[in-house]
Design a protein around this ligand. Structure first.
Ligand code: COA
Length: 90
């Protein structure tokens, strides 16, 4: 196994002040120095443009879309985007 799943969240009261980016940078840094993990993966709601942009700026690349993969409490289906970052040797 050489891939790890990444999931993250910041309390609404603390969003927008740079914590998310710092947490993400730290997770990437840790995984780069962690022997055996070469790839970080995540899924993010397609409508979550703020988070998608944050991941892209950190180097994550969109690899595909899971169409209508999440069913919301209101019955609506939403797409999820698969993103990944290579953290192993090039
Ligand atoms: C997505 C999330 C983790 C980001 O954490 P955060 O602490 O709010 O983000 P930051 O303050 O570090 O900002 C990250 C980037 O988004 C930008 N940003 C912050 N708040 C923003 C907003 N309301 N609208 C647009 N951009 C915003 C910042 O400018 C920053 O960009 P930069 O790196 O170019 O400076 C957080 O909003 C969250 O927990 N959301 C709910 C759960 C979620 O969506 N998790 C991710 C699912 S995969």
């Amino acid at each position: 196994m050489h891939a790890a799943d990444l999931g993250m969240g910041v309390l609404p009261s603390h969003q927008g002040v740079g914590l998310g980016r710092r947490l993400l940078d730290r997770a990437i840094e840790d995984m780069r120095s962690f022997d055996g993990i070469d790839r970080l993966e995540l899924t993010v709601l397609a409508t979550n443009t703020h988070a998608r942009r944050m991941y892209e700026r950190a180097g994550f690349v969109e690899e595909g879309v899971k169409r209508r993969s999440l069913r919301q409490p209101n019955g609506r289906y939403e797409d999820e985007v698969i993103m990944a970052l290579w953290v192993g040797e090039s």
